[in-house]
Design a protein around this ligand. Structure first.
Ligand code: KG4
Length: 333
């Protein structure tokens, strides 16, 4: 089954053709990151406009690259949330009209389910059940994936996402947007114990996370050093931030897997590209006898292929959208 899938939840416009959930026939992506970099973060109105300009050409490119005609497509899939509402609406409306015009089923896909499904593309043998650590610019969650469409959130951030934390600290350090990768490069050779940063303990569900205190602590540290004219060891600060974020995520992922009775951890989302977090996950998995799947870097960030992968399993489970399908800035998993 060949699915034409669209993704436009943030600042990447993407269209892909995926066969039977696992085989990527094409994956066309246009990133707007350079455009938003001038402002230090995503400007929603600009994102929506750029999606409108790009999406039709990307759809054509995805079909051409896949060597599939419009009539060779079996279904159309789209991210319907969560994300920036104006950005999502572009993909949703384009997918609706494409499905309608081609007379094909429409499959709505949750963005984070897509991030998890990126691993099905990279690892043909991977099947649920497993514990997923989903870490992106907008979300941080621990998800028990009992089946392809049967998921339970075991813990989530109460405030900022891990990616947001990297991005905002990067901004005060004068690094370009998105800041995750530049922070990773800056951290190289830094002393991750030099700046003691807070690790949050959240009341109630101890698998929930919090990154806003850490973000504020690091931002204040930079500002205070600037005001006092003190030299800042930027590399060590970046390393200390990565260590603190990893400490929020990795032990909780292991504990969530233990509580859910899962022997496999799967990482997903843009922040899953981070070297420190990947290394800590590897060590923790080995220490606890867990199998670990780390998506290749190219499949960590937003892309259309991951939406096409998840859409296949949604289709098998009977998920369908119709012409009343809407986009949702916040959407339960
Ligand atoms: O999954 P993604 O592309 O978009 C969302 O769905 O949010 O994630 C983007 C986030 C950004 O916050 C970016 O700074 C972060 O992923 N990121 C990283 C790295 N590469 C991207 N964070 C830490 N280390 C990286 N190497």
């Amino acid at each position: 089954m060949k699915i034409l899938a669209f993704e436009s939840s943030c600042d990447e416009t993407a269209a892909a053709v995926v066969e039977d959930g696992r085989k990527v026939l094409s994956d066309a992506i246009l990133s707007q990151a350079d455009m938003h970099a001038i402002y230090g973060g995503v400007v929603p109105e600009i994102a929506s406009r750029k999606h409108v300009e790009a999406i039709a050409a990307l759809a054509e490119q995805a079909l051409t690259d896949a060597g599939v005609s419009k009539s060779g497509i079996d279904a159309v899939a789209v991210t319907c949330g969560p994300g920036l509402i104006g950005a999502l609406l572009v993909g949703v409306n384009f997918a609706k009209s494409t499905a309608y015009a081609l007379g094909k089923p429409l499959i709505p896909v949750h963005h984070l389910r897509g991030h998890i499904a990126a691993n099905y593309i990279a690892f043909p043998e991977l099947e649920p059940p497993f514990l997923a650590l989903c870490v992106s610019g907008g979300n941080s969650m621990l998800v028990d994936v009992a089946g392809y469409t049967d998921m339970t959130v075991l813990g989530a951030t109460r405030d900022d996402a891990a990616g947001e934390c990297f991005d905002k600290i990067a901004r005060v350090l004068g690094l370009p947007y998105p800041g995750g990768k530049p922070m990773e490069l800056l951290a190289e050779g830094g002393d991750d114990t030099k700046y003691p940063l807070p690790r949050a303990k959240v009341a109630g569900n101890d698998l929930d996370m919090s990154f806003s205190g850490l973000k504020t602590a690091a931002v204040n540290l930079v500002h205070n050093a600037g005001q006092k004219g003190e030299a800042l060891d930027r590399s060590s600060l970046a390393a200390s931030v990565a260590a603190a974020i990893s400490d929020e995520l990795v032990p909780r992922a292991v504990e969530a897997a233990r509580r859910a009775g899962r022997r496999t951890i799967v990482a997903a989302g843009g922040v899953a590209a981070n070297k420190r977090i990947r290394g800590d996950l590897e060590r923790a998995a080995e220490d606890n006898g867990l199998r670990l799947y780390l998506p290749p870097l190219g499949l960590c960030g937003d892309n259309g292929a991951m939406i096409g992968a998840q859409a296949y399993y949604e289709y098998l489970a009977g998920t369908r959208g119709d012409m009343s399908l809407n986009a949702y800035a916040n959407l339960e998993l």
